[in-house]
Design a protein around this ligand. Structure first.
Ligand SMILES: C[S@@+](CC[C@H](N)C(=O)[O-])C[C@H]1O[C@@H](n2cnc3c(N)ncnc32)[C@H](O)[C@@H]1O
Length: 265
């Protein structure tokens, strides 16, 4: 088994931006993993130019969006570590390198990896700083988060581009699970907002994007407008303390926002 199609797509986008010199603010480990995850035949200049045309047609700016999202998450994660976080749990890392990059800073890191990606993730990340790994389907094993939350150290949870693939009940169970710990908990995650027609997706995406996501069995399942998201988080015991791209900003695609939340009691 290999990486999910969306994890590979993110790596392809990040690698293309890195080659163009536009990914300097993401961790070096993220650039290295993206390069390793991108097959050689996709790295030629001709294929890259073709991919840029596809991008412009399907979802303009999505590769830059991935990089902007990863830059914001990396900055926020470093701030959390400077603020006393001793342990990080990265949910669904795909081909990303924030876990190994944080390990290099000296914090303990656990990655929660889908069973179908376990082997590929271990191979891809093998040359990086070693992190612990738990293999679990977050849609079916909500208890895994509760078990991981059972740790006395202040913990940062990172869920980049994963909650939207879970059924709403599973996403809520996951948030409640993170709250069950006694130590301070910070959440750093991204979430989709509903489009004008109520569907979950990027604002400028062609209808082919949703068709493709369905065809690779990774449809978006969870989307909440910022106010509704804050209410769901508050019920799960968290307050939003910072956010990016709730209202569309130029370096991002509209539709996916980044949130930092802290346990409120
Ligand atoms: C769009 S990729 C994002 C990967 C990485 N977080 C990033 O932003 O580069 C979505 C990831 O979520 C994972 N995923 C989706 N549903 C999952 C589930 N139920 N349990 C665990 N992982 C899941 C996929 O396997 C994939 O690695």
């Amino acid at each position: 088994m290999s990486f999910s199609a969306t994890a590979r797509l993110v790596a392809l986008g990040v690698h293309g931006e890195a080659r163009a010199g536009r990914a300097r603010d993401v961790p070096a480990a993220t650039r290295r993993l993206a390069a390793r995850a991108t097959p050689a035949w996709l790295r030629s200049r001709t294929v890259e130019a073709l991919l840029r045309r596809f991008e412009a047609w399907l979802l303009p700016g999505i590769a830059a969006h991935y990089v902007a999202r990863k830059s914001v998450l990396w900055q926020a994660a470093q701030q959390a570590v400077a603020g006393g976080v001793e342990r990080v749990v990265v949910l669904a890392p795909g081909c990303d390198g924030i876990g190994p990059a944080l390990r290099e800073l000296g914090v303990d890191v656990v990655e929660v990896v889908h069973p179908r990606e376990a082997r590929a993730r271990a191979q891809l990340a093998a040359p990086e700083a070693p992190v612990a790994r738990v293999i679990a389907d977050l849609g079916a094993e909500a208890d895994v988060v509760r078990r991981l939350a059972d740790d006395p150290r202040p913990t940062l949870w990172i869920a980049e581009a994963v909650l939207m693939y879970l059924a709403p009940a599973a996403a809520r169970a996951l948030l409640r699970g993170a709250r069950s710990a006694t130590a301070p908990q910070t959440l750093l995650f991204t979430a989709m907002a509903p489009r004008a027609d109520g569907s979950a997706g990027f604002g400028d995406a062609s209808p082919w994007v949703a068709r493709w996501l369905a065809s690779v069995r990774e449809p978006f399942r969870w989307a909440l407008a910022p106010d509704a998201l804050r209410r769901v988080l508050a019920r799960a015991g968290f307050d939003v303390i910072d956010s990016a791209n709730e209202t569309a900003s130029p370096e991002f695609c509209a539709g996916e926002a980044i949130y930092v939340a802290r346990r409120n009691r």
